[in-house]
Design a protein around this ligand. Structure first.
Ligand SMILES: Cc1ncc(C[n+]2csc(CCOP(=O)(O)OP(=O)(O)O)c2C)c(N)n1
Ligand SMILES: [Mg+2]
Length: 711
């Protein structure tokens, strides 16, 4: 054992041995004993983590030492309260596990530290605090990124029953989310706290307990004295309570007050828990490089375990009994560590990627029994051809009618019906509880969707323009897409994100309304990205995405080409859901439009119409393969089709670098296609305002020129 870890261990034993009853009012000895048990187990797990790491069989050393007072928070809550925890939550985890018979938190954590495939939440993919049976939802290490979801979950705990959907949690559950003091400065945390305050301001119930574990440091950067209190004590909508983690009576009483208040009032609270950080930020952190040794040593006096030891003495325990309990915790941890080793690690890429790659039978979103009731102006299949905007609107109506758990949320999607009218009339038809405007914050939109999905809803979120996804995309990348991975498929957050996307081709609106960069979506493992080329395609893609969300818990993205929204030339009759055969032209299938053998144009979105017109102008016998799915690409179908053609032109309106065509050409090469392949794409540029846009977006003229030279 290293000098520092031995120092912490020794310090506790020596200091505890010299304690004597202080004469203050005694607390409940049983409660204190439970607290001490959780704290001591957590402490010894941290010490063991360093030992395992030194022995080359442990892979994680960020610990909870100094933060063990968070066990008091678990004790103030119920094991049925969903918890999204900070990475220093060893005390919380041990205390919660003790509330549910049959759980061994020591074994769980040790299996995590050693990356064992038997670890109960990630199956050896990471060391996190999580356990489905304990309602601890695993979190990533991206600072504060779990807070928008926590707000969404607290929101959905009330919204779901209001629209007749049962959640996995009791009606009076409290969502607890914890984070560190430095993390409160992250815009994700600030945004989430703001969204919660906004909800309270509009009188929405929001049972959320935010625990800020304030050890004064963010790795090597101190939080300025007083800043945490200043930043948190007057957040709109929140109660603010503060407790000293080294004083168990204070921590227990204040945590209970905070939890009870949130449970009773259904309003959020912040518990500012003062802690210390022992053993540095992580095993690799040489703390003495940025802190004075005497300050580090002075922190030892604030050891929460010592505080609880003192309280136990005051409640009648002997020092011998306290030390015996402490040493018993060490023996249990050491014994279990020996017991679990050697562990088995994940042994293949397929096994690792299974939760993001697995394919079950997707749930089908079928037709509601009484569709008429939802279409005030008559059934859409009985009107003439619909534009893309109208067909998505009709398909959304059908999904909302068929799935009582479906909700539509976003900026301007309510009374206005979306900036392009895609959600027109939905709020009127289904009510403001199911179709509603959010605050202007994409991170909040996605966070609400993530939390709502966990609670059993089917969120269909709208992002107003692709350019505005980028400021919030971590909610998709780091949160939505990873939940299955970090829970070995035990948790899922099936949802659909609709995004107005791609270039208008007329230069209207400049860069921010003409974003054609989708590389950030295509490389996220497990998410499914679809793009309709016409009104005829959109309803099916939306239904499949909704089915994947419900059946497989998939995250689906529908990129809706804004240029086609109101294009009557691409209008089509609406295919009613009862006449739709899911699977016939389903997922993994593109669509071939036959036009001759000279060349196969592989394209999607606006490219399909562009290629059709360009082939006519160039007088080329071109067939068009509409990819429809941009991630994963429908590679097998493409390879089967392309074999009959001597030439391929990839028409890609996304950028030359990182765009869809890179994936298509790679698939053709790897699939053994030996014909001629060329591609036309947009330029690697942002898009300017006005006619100059034509120089960087893909135009029909570009496609005519490419076809002419290729054939
Ligand atoms: C978005 C993001 N940026 C940076 C990091 C790297 N990082 C990990 S922990 C940490 C400090 C966090 O400090 P605090 O919130 O006070 O928590 P503590 O470790 O002190 O408990 C940083 C910068 C990260 N995990 N996520
Ligand atoms: Mg800190």
């Amino acid at each position: 054992m290293g000098r520092v870890t031995a120092g912490l261990d020794e310090h506790f034993r020596t200091a505890a041995a010299s304690l004597s009853p202080s004469g203050v009012t005694a607390g409940d000895p049983h409660e204190l004993a439970r607290l001490f048990e959780a704290q001591a187990l957590s402490r010894h797990l941290d010490l063991e983590a360093r030992r395992l790491s030194s022995a080359g069989v442990g892979y994680y050393t960020i610990g909870s030492a100094g933060h063990e007072s968070n066990a008091a928070v678990a004790m103030a809550l119920r094991p049925t309260d969903p918890a999204l925890l900070h990475y220093r939550s060893g005390g919380f985890y041990c205390a919660r596990a003790a509330q549910v018979p049959g759980h061994d938190p020591v074994r769980d954590v040790l299996l995590g530290l050693t990356a064992s495939r038997d670890e109960p939440i990630t199956g050896g993919r990471h060391k996190v605090f999580g356990n489905a049976a304990l309602n601890v939802i695993p979190q990533t290490s991206t600072i504060a990124s779990h807070l928008p979801r926590a707000v969404g979950l607290a929101f959905a705990l009330h919204r779901a029953p209001r629209i007749g959907v049962a959640t996995p949690w009791p009606e009076d559950a409290v969502v607890v989310a914890s984070l560190g003091d430095a993390s409160i400065n992250h815009s994700t945390a600030v945004g989430a706290l703001n969204a919660a305050g906004h909800a309270v301001h509009t009188r929405l119930p929001l049972p959320l307990l935010v625990v800020v574990e304030d050890n004064g440091w963010g790795i090597s950067v101190p939080s300025p004295p007083g800043w945490v209190e200043t930043a948190l004590s007057s957040r709109p909508g929140f109660s603010y309570l503060q407790a000293d983690g080294s004083d168990p009576q204070d921590a227990l009483a204040t945590a209970r007050e905070a939890a009870d208040r949130v449970r009773a009032t259904r309003k959020p609270a912040i518990l500012h828990l003062r802690t210390v950080r022992f053993l540095g930020h992580a095993g690799s952190d040489a703390e003495l490089g940025y802190r004075r040794e005497r300050d580090v040593t002075a922190d030892l006096a604030r050891d929460p375990l010592l505080g609880t030891a003192q309280a136990l003495l005051d409640a009648g325990w002997s020092t011998g009994a306290v030390l015996a309990r402490y040493d018993a915790a060490r023996s249990r941890v050491r014994g279990t560590a020996d017991d679990v080793q050697p562990v088995e690690h994940l042994a293949s890429a397929a096994e690792i990627a299974y939760p993001v790659d697995r394919r079950t039978r997707a749930g089908h979103v079928t037709a509601a029994e009484d569709r008429m009731a939802s279409f005030s102006r008559g059934l859409p299949e009985e009107s003439g051809p619909l534009t893309l905007a109208q067909s998505v609107n009709a398909a959304l109506t059908d999904v909302l009618a068929a799935c009582p758990q479906a909700i539509v949320l976003g900026e301007d999607v309510g009374a206005k019906g979306g900036v392009y009218g895609v959600t027109l009339g939905l709020q009127k038809a289904f009510g403001a509880a199911r179709v509603f405007d959010t605050p202007l914050d994409e991170q909040t939109i996605l966070g609400l969707a993530l939390g709502a999905s966990l609670a059993g809803l089917l969120p269909i979120a709208e992002i107003q323009y692709l350019a505005y996804l980028h400021n919030a995309e971590d909610q998709l990348r780091g949160e939505a897409a990873t939940l299955g991975f970090f829970s070995d498929g035990q948790y899922a957050n099936g949802l659909v994100v609709r995004i107005a996307a791609l270039a208008s081709l007329k230069g209207f609106g400049g860069h921010f309304h003409n974003d054609n960069a989708i590389g950030v979506l295509r490389d996220i493992p497990g998410i499914v990205v679809a793009c309709p080329s016409s009104a005829a395609e959109a309803p099916e893609l939306l239904r499949i995405l909704a089915g994947l969300a419900v059946g497989e818990g998939r995250v689906g993205v529908l990129l809706e080409p804004t240029a086609l929204y109101h294009d009557k030339g691409e209008a089509a009759p609406y295919l009613a859901p009862e006449r739709w055969r899911p699977g016939h032209h389903g997922r993994d299938m593109g669509r071939l439009h036959w036009g001759g053998r000279d060349v196969l144009v592989v394209t999607f979105g606006n490219g399909v119409g562009m290629a059709r017109r360009a082939a006519e102008r160039a007088g080329v016998a071109a067939s068009i393969f509409d990819l429809r799915w941009l991630a994963p690409l429908p590679v097998l179908h493409l390879l089967a089709v392309v074999a009959a053609f001597p030439r391929v032109l990839v028409v890609d309106e996304t950028r030359r670098s990182g765009g869809v065509s890179e994936g298509v050409v790679t698939a053709l090469v790897e699939g053994g296609y030996t014909g001629l392949v060329e591609r036309v794409t947009a330029e690697d540029s942002f898009i300017p305002l006005g006619p100059a846009a034509a120089h960087v977006v893909l135009t029909e003229d570009d496609v005519v020129a490419a076809l002419s030279s290729l054939v």
